[in-house]
Every structure is written in C-alpha cells, then in structure tokens.
Design a protein around this ligand. Structure first.
Ligand code: NAD
Ligand code: DAU
Length: 336
C-alpha cells in the first residue's frame, strides 16, 4: 500500500509516520509537508533513511506540485496538513482558509483525478462548537464552529463530504479531541506550560481556567486513524476521544505538581475571544464499529509526556527561538 500523508512533519503527523512504519513496515509512505513554523523534520530523524519513507517539501495549495506527486500512484491519502492553532487564527485568519479549505480542495481534486481507495480527512471536534455542562459530541452533532480555525476545518470537512456525494470519492472524516504527547509544538497548552514552568516563567491561563478539553494521547489517535484507513465505512465520519475531560486549571496544576513548581506561577490573563467552554467526545461509533480502544490513560500519559519534554529540552529550546519569540510577544500584547 502506498500512502500520501500530508503534514507529516507536524505534531500528530510525525507521530503517525513513526507509528505506521512500525505497524506496517512494508507500506510506502510519502510525507508531503511545506514545513511551516510547525513542521520539523527533526521529529523524523529515526526514519529518514527507511527504505519505504520519502519526503517532499510541497505546499498542498500548489495544485501543480500536488498533481505531480499523485503521478507516482497513490492508494490512500491522509490529510493532516493544516494551520492548527486557534490563537493564531484569531491574529491571522487568511492562511487558515488557504491551507485548511483550499488545500483540502486541491488534494480532493488530485485524489479524484488519479483515483484512490481511500481519502481520510483528519478533522477536529472543534467543528462542533462548544458544549454546555452536559452532553457529548456525536457524529450527528451540527457543525457550529466558533473560531476562524474551526470554521476553516469545517469548510474542509464539507468539501470532503461534497466530493463523496457528488463524485463518489471514497472518503472518511475523523474528528478527534485534544491530543497531547511527544513533539507537540510549545504554543499548545500542555507543552507551553511544561516549558514555561521549567523556566520559572508566568503560566498564562485564559479566563477562569475552567474551560474543559477532552485529552487523548497522540498514539491513540494514530491507532484510530490506522483502523479508519483499513476498516472505516466509506462516506462515514468517526469521532475519536478517550473520555478524559479535564479543566485547564487541573492540567496546569497536575504539571506543576509533577515538576515540583509553585502554583504562584499561574497568571490569569484575558480570555481567548470566542473561547469554547467545553469539548467532550462520544466515541461509541468507532469503539463499536471498528473495535478501537485507547491504550493510554491520562494519569500515566501526562507523566510520560512531561518526562519526554524533560528528556528533550534541546528540541523545544531550539523551537522557542526566532519566529516563536515574535509570535509570543504578539500574543501577550493582545492579552495582558
Ligand atoms: P501541527 O500544526 O503540529 O502540524 C501541521 C503540519 O502541517 C506542519 O508540519 C506544517 O508544516 C504542515 N502544513 C501546514 N500548512 C501546510 C501546507 N499548506 N502544505 C503542506 N503542509 C502544511 O498540527 P497538529 O496538531 O499535528 O494537527 C494535525 C491535524 O490534526 C490538523 O489537521 C488538525 O486540525 C488536526 N487535529 C489536531 C488536534 C490536536 O489536538 N493537535 C486534534 C484533532 C485534530
Ligand atoms: O479539540 C481539538 C483541538 O485541540 C485541535 O483541533 C487544535 O488543533 C488544537 O490546537 C487544540 O485546540 P485548543 O484550542 O483546545 O488547544 P490549546 O492548546 O490552544 O488550548 C487548550 C485550552 O487551554 C483552551 O481552553 C485554551 C487554554 N489555554 C491555551 C493556551 C495556549 C490557556 O489557558 N492558556 C494558553 O496559553
């Protein structure tokens, strides 16, 4: 099987590359990534010479380049490539529409032209908007995205759906909750808090810190996508989540305890505009239909993740220079 995986140098994409080549060493994997600020080939050092792995520095919005890539014969497309950070989408929405909507359409056109056995769109629970204190997102929950990021992801999802309905393209859409684990860019809550706490820096908590996210260890997301590739029913959406709802404050206090750092580092800052209050996934469909089960529980997963960041300080210190500094200064200017 030959897979074209986009965004394979990012957080989930690189974990997926490592996972797939371990599970299916005979599969050929083409990693297509434009290497934005979030793409990092260092994550893939251990497989760069694997005989079944190739990398192409290509922007998914470049239709001509994408067409050329498909000429080698592709069986399955997995689209991870995206602008993924909500706060950045509030500062600069345009690139989100470009990559997450237009980029998806370019991939769909190539998949339709050359024919694939499966196109998997990696989407997010954020397309469903926000929950109140009760209830969970199911695959039937209406799409009501609240940020430019989630609106652009919903736009991509709707195109995927339309290419299935109109052209019969064999698609699946997956919608996963918040991931955590190795190689996550330190702009996202968990690696941001770990790295700043280790440097004894203030820890910015948006609003009252009681917003809830449903956390899943990244490897469990990868195993779910593997199952969807092989057994997902054509045209179906699958929600992915591990029943791990936690408030942001709980996450931050857990990290501080583990690192033996004081809670006085916690600094409440202005809330994120349009901040979704609560996400929670109902994973019944993927569990019952495809037999998916997460392997990691949150208590051990977060400890392993903290340990990874402790062991890989060079990885995140290198990232936190250059562009990251400029972005973070802008974030703070907006919030404090
Ligand atoms: P990330 O920001 O870490 O990585 C995104 C990758 O896409 C980077 O390697 C980047 O270089 C690449 N990319 C961006 N624009 C591109 C373009 N125009 N052409 C080619 N490559 C491009 O993101 P992530 O957190 O790994 O998320 C991956 C996917 O999973 C996204 O589609 C995201 O919406 C979805 N998702 C993420 C989470 C989460 O918690 N992180 C949860 C559910 C779904
Ligand atoms: O739910 C899936 C989504 O999870 C993915 O689609 C996105 O790509 C991914 O970025 C993530 O979005 P969130 O907005 O939930 O993640 P983030 O890590 O940015 O924030 C998690 C929570 O922590 C959220 O309620 C905002 C809060 N937060 C975040 C940051 C960066 C803070 O309180 N302080 C911060 O500095």
């Amino acid at each position: 099987m030959k897979l074209l995986v986009t965004g394979g140098a990012g957080f989930i994409g690189s974990n997926f590359m490592l996972y797939m080549l371990q599970q299916h060493p005979d599969y050929q994997i083409v990693n297509v990534d434009s290497l934005t600020y979030a793409g990092n080939l260092e994550n893939l050092k251990s497989i760069e010479n694997h005989p079944n792995y190739t990398f192409s520095k290509t922007d998914i919005t470049d239709a001509k380049a994408v067409d050329t890539l498909f000429q080698q014969g592709i069986d399955v497309v997995v689209n991870f490539a995206a602008e993924s950070h909500v706060d950045r989408s509030i500062l600069e929405p345009e690139v989100f529409v470009k990559t997450n909507v237009l980029g998806t359409q370019v991939l769909l056109d190539a998949a339709k032209k050359y024919g694939v056995t499966k196109y998997v769109q990696v989407s997010t629970d954020e397309v469903y908007g926000t929950l109140g204190v009760t209830g969970l997102f199911t695959e039937e929950t209406p799409l009501t995205p609240n940020s430019p990021y989630s609106a652009s992801k919903a736009g991509g999802d709707l195109l995927v759906r339309a290419y299935h309905e109109t052209f019969g393209l064999p698609v699946n859409i997956t919608r996963c909750s918040n991931n955590y684990g190795p190689y996550q860019f330190p702009e996202k809550l968990i690696p941001l808090i770990i790295s700043r706490a280790l440097n004894d820096q203030a820890l910015p908590i948006y609003g009252d810190g009681l917003n809830i996210r449903d956390w899943l260890y990244v490897e469990d997301h990868c195993s779910a996508i593997d199952l969807v590739i092989h057994n997902g029913r054509i045209g179906e959406v699958y929600n992915i989540g591990g029943n791990n709802e936690r408030t942001n404050l709980h996450i931050v206090k857990t990290i501080l305890q583990e690192l033996k750092k004081p809670e006085s580092l916690i600094t409440y800052v202005q809330d994120r505009p349009g901040h979704d209050r609560r996400y929670g996934i109902d994973p019944t469909k993927i569990t019952q239909e495809l037999g998916w089960k997460p392997k990691h529980n949150f208590e051990t997963g977060i400890k392993e993740t903290i340990q990874w960041y402790l062991n890989n300080k060079d990885w995140w210190t290198r990232i936190q220079s250059g562009e990251y500094q400029a972005y973070y200064a802008k974030q703070y200017a907006e919030r404090l």
